[in-house]
Design a protein. Sequence first.
Length: 353
Amino acid sequence: MSKNTVGIIANPVSARDIRRIISNASNLQTSERVNIVMRLLSTLFSCGVSDAYMMPDKAGLTAMLLRSIKKEHAQTEGVKLYPDLHFVDLSVTSTVDDTYKAANLMVDAGVKVIFVLGGDGTHRAVVKELMKLKDAGKSIPAICGISTGTNNAFPQMLEPTVAALAVAHYVNEKIPADKALIKNKVIEVCLDDKVADIAIVDAVISKDMYVGSRAIWEASKLSELYLTYADPMVIGFSAIGGLLQPVERFSNDGLAVYMSDDSSKTSIVIKAPIAPGMLRDVPIENHQKMVADVSYPIRIEKGIVALDGEREFSFKTGQKVSIRLRKNVFSTVNVSSCMHEIADKGLLCHTLV
């Protein structure tokens, strides 16, 4: 991989699903997405990063970004403020295929880190493509996630300036990988003993039979929930597990939660924030820790599988669906660890002569 190159995949329409209507979630405007990218780029350039590759779009983000950069370039009389920005060569479809293709092209370009701006679904799409490339024998970059989506259990709420500082010092080899990066888990959903899809936070089994609107929010229809980690500080279905039995994000375990539709089998009812401003009672039958590489068969015969908050596919009677936790699958930038290394080594300190 190139020493001094990063990628940026910014979903121009994240945080615009049906949860905008049924809850009090916010809607990030294009201008703010552009501001985030510009803060990333200016900080990266200030720290010596020379090139950045970015996914193009037709939703206005690319056009507004280029206008903003051109305007600043004119105001500074040609003084360079940003790394050389390259838009990867893809035919924009305004679907998730753009994310898959962009991640693929960025790996070919040799980027060392991909910034991902979006919610859980955008990050999952990037991870899916990187896993496929890794299985094909390619060396894959780390991810630095910045939350611009809906529930955002996976990406953190990071100031882009701080995230870029951390990434720049890693890609410039001022912080070693064992300090800068951390390994992450995924959940594999197997259909008839073959991996059908993955989740980076949660796999939800619903008694619904129709995919319909992709976002899932009706707790009453849940059958079971499988989590890579369970954090009481997040919003979404993973919050159910977090309030029931927290599991550390970077531990070796996961958590399986089984909902109850029979009051005689209900052991506890959790009032969980399943969407911003939306709390729902969720009756729980039982739960258990998930061990990596063990297959967990689901309980119902037919229904829907939702991954990281979005319905993905249905299954019917006679099909075998099981869940498996895998650890150490992909790396993310540990921004906190990087910033402490920067402080401890005085990497941003300069002596006046």
